[in-house]
Ligand binder design. Structure first.
Ligand SMILES: Nc1ncnc2c1ncn2[C@@H]1O[C@H](COP(=O)(O)OP(=O)(O)OP(=O)(O)O)[C@@H](O)[C@H]1O
Length: 269
């Protein structure tokens, strides 16, 4: 068997149908997410991105088809295996979703304490390590969320998402609310951590700069299914009205750059 054939997807979705009553959101939807990749999910409003994430998290039930995570079909799993799954993934919500009454330290410690198995000294070491990994200082651990800037809130939320050393990380609009400079820094941080720690990322974003900077592949949801899943460059060439509209500014930017340099340009510097 070749090495490529041996690599199994972290998430494998086959012929998925999702329906709310007569409203069919997904039909014949297929998607594989490979280990260590950063995959972005894009699609128009109401195209079913959130619902697809909820399927992957096991919060919706397929009307047909199959969703496998870590090589196992979600709805065939025994209750114990299913209950342990959330320990293998972390979530970064758009707003950060920190608990305002808890300090930075206690927010990051929360998933570790929920295990009810780790001594406080181990929890302390892990929290401090995670805070350092996201560029925060030991002094920041004592702060309350209300004392933090938007960029710091995202970093704390990322430290919390990584607390259990997840194999899979879900990012919902990770750079929403950040100015371009903070946004670029946060993108770079996630890329570095993905490289160092090797976790797989599934991200939903409407921000083209974030998408272009981070995605190894982009899956486009339209007409109830994934119409294309490929590199940013290849997806941008795909002939579909949503894709043309989504990437319009980026395409114009690239064509101006290309005209100015007199040669083909494939990405921003
Ligand atoms: N629990 C539910 N009951 C009924 N309909 C639902 C439910 N959840 C989602 N839907 C419908 O499914 C469709 C897809 O919704 P979803 O939130 O997944 O879209 P989205 O791509 O995430 O949209 P947006 O980018 O606007 O957040 C919408 O028409 C929505 O109204």
């Amino acid at each position: 068997m070749s090495q490529t054939a041996a690599v199994r997807p972290v998430i494998s979705i086959r012929d998925l149908k999702t329906a709310f009553g007569t409203h069919v959101v997904h039909e014949h939807l297929n998607l594989d997410v490979m280990p260590g990749e950063i995959l972005s999910l894009i699609g128009g409003s109401g195209s079913g991105k959130t619902t697809l994430l909820r399927q992957i998290l096991g919060l919706e039930h397929p009307a047909a088809g199959r969703v496998e995570v870590f090589g196992q079909a979600l709805h065939d799993m025994d209750a114990r295996t299913r209950a342990l799954l959330p320990r293998r993934w972390g979530m970064l919500f758009q707003s950060g979703a920190l608990f305002s009454a808890l300090s930075v330290f206690d927010n990051v410690a929360l998933p570790l304490r929920e295990l009810r198995a780790l001594p406080e000294a181990v929890i302390r070491d892990v929290v401090m390590m995670r805070l350092a990994q996201v560029g925060l200082t030991p002094g920041d651990a004592l702060k309350q969320p209300s004392d933090l800037s938007g960029g710091m809130i995202k970093r704390v939320a990322l430290a919390r998402a990584l607390a259990l050393d997840p194999d899979l990380v879900f990012l919902d609009e990770p750079t929403a609310g950040l100015d371009p400079q903070r946004s670029a820094e946060f993108v770079e941080l996630i890329r570095q951590l993905n490289h160092q720690l090797g976790f797989t990322v599934v991200m939903v974003t409407h921000d083209v700069d974030t998408l272009v900077a981070m995605s190894m592949r982009v899956a486009v949801l339209a007409e109830k299914r994934v119409i294309v899943c490929d590199t940013v460059d290849k997806v941008m060439q795909f002939d579909h009205p949503f894709i043309k509209a989504f990437f319009q500014r980026e395409l114009e930017y690239r064509s101006r750059l290309s005209a100015a340099s007199g040669e083909s340009v494939h990405g921003k510097p």
